[in-house]
Design a protein around this ligand. Structure first.
Ligand code: NAP
Length: 340
């Protein structure tokens, strides 16, 4: 069994090496999955660039989600059986042909579910579900803004918000993505490279009228977003993609961190607005049952056809570097997945 090890930070073609994996044995509560596919997430790009504080020390196998079959179960595992096809979230270790993970983050999937579609579920769809269904409750007519709307988490949020009847503003960085967003029901697609998203929303007549903002960009995007919220409004922050623009420049990185703003609970009370944070790794570590519930919900709704994950592109594993550069190029729409 082999795995792609992240051996150095920097360009994708020099960053990964295919190496033998040690023999893996699941402990109590764990499962061993033999993989057919794995997914890429933007956090992997940040880990490759050395911008992700939770990434393990190098050399390391990164990656959060695996699709494959249960090869072995540890003591006490009852929710899945040997031979079953599953999607699983792992705390790193995903870029591998064999993955050990917590059984509670492992869900059976239909035999006929496309492997690429399944890679969307354990991280991007589970994160979106946690954000849009557990942390925040969307209601018909709510005005919501989704940043990086054409990405993996973004498309999942759009589908979940449409199920609830929300009015959607979505940002993306190209006109091709804007056309796509319109086609999947985004009411107000905004190209943030051409216009300032906050000014555009004000020009459209929605200043201080947004109920919920989903923000993985971070920095001053959060500060600007908070000013657009109405009473009862919530901003969910779950990433800092703008750190990639800082390109390791410590002063720019401090600028991004400061850009989030300094918030006082008193202001939240007086204006009745909230700032909420998500880190799914912390949820996986401390409340794996919540993560299991989220994965279960999105697997179920996908199998029923109520959610339709979008795979932008799949690559054979020999093109992992190209896949990474593609995701980093910010051209991708939906999921980027790798087939073994
Ligand atoms: N907190 C958590 O637990 C958690 C879990 C999952 C994902 N996330 C975060 O959610 C975000 C989306 O993840 P994903 O895997 O679904 O990736 P993705 O949205 O499929 O791809 C990233 C997209 O973000 C946009 N982007 C990248 N850098 C940007 C920048 N500097 N400024 C503005 N936009 C930028 C680009 O699209 P456009 O430029 O066209 O908009 C790019 O295509 C990431 O920030 C990720 O770290 C967080």
């Amino acid at each position: 069994m082999k795995a792609y090890y992240l051996v150095r930070n920097g360009a994708a073609d020099k960053a990964f090496e295919l190496r033998d994996l040690p023999v893996l044995k699941p402990k109590a509560g764990e499962v061993l999955v033999h993989a057919e596919a794995f997914g890429l997430n933007f956090a992997d790009v940040m880990a490759r660039l050395g911008l992700y504080q939770d990434a393990p020390p190098l050399p390391a196998v990164i990656g959060y989600e695996t699709v494959g079959r249960i090869a072995e179960v540890g003591e006490g595992v009852t929710n899945v059986k040997v031979g079953q096809r599953v999607v699983a979230l792992s705390r790193f270790g995903g870029y591998a042909q064999a993955v050990i993970t917590d059984a509670r983050a492992t869900m059976p999937i239909p035999e006929d579910m496309d492997a690429g579609i399944a890679t969307c579920l354990a991280t991007q769809y589970a994160t979106a579900w946690y954000a849009a269904e557990e942390m925040v409750r969307l209601h018909e007519g709510d005005h919501i803004l989704i940043h990086a709307a054409a990405g993996g988490v973004g498309i999942a949020l759009i589908q979940m918000a449409k199920r609830r009847g929300a009015v959607i503003f979505g940002t993306a960085g190209s006109d091709e993505k804007l056309t796509y967003l319109k086609s999947i029901g985004v009411d107000y697609p905004i190209n943030y490279r051409k216009v300032d998203f906050a000014k555009e929303i004000k020009n459209l007549g929605f200043d201080k009228k947004l109920d919920v903002i989903f923000d993985p960009i971070g920095g001053d995007s959060v500060k600007k977003g908070m000013k657009l919220l109405t009473a009862g409004g919530r901003l969910v922050t779950y990433g800092a993609s703008s750190m990639t623009d800082a390109k390791g420049n410590i002063f720019k990185m401090i600028g991004v961190a400061k850009g989030f703003g300094i918030w006082s609970p008193i202001e939240f009370v007086t204006t009745s607005r909230s700032l909420l944070g998500i880190n799914m790794l912390r949820i996986a570590d401390n409340r794996p049952e919540i993560l299991g519930r989220c994965i279960n919900s999105v697997v179920d709704l996908t199998a029923k056809g109520e959610l339709s994950p979008v795979v932008g592109k799949t690559f054979p594993h020999t093109q992992l570097a190209e896949a990474h550069e593609y995701l980093a190029s910010r051209q991708s729409i939906g999921k980027v997945a790798i087939l073994w």
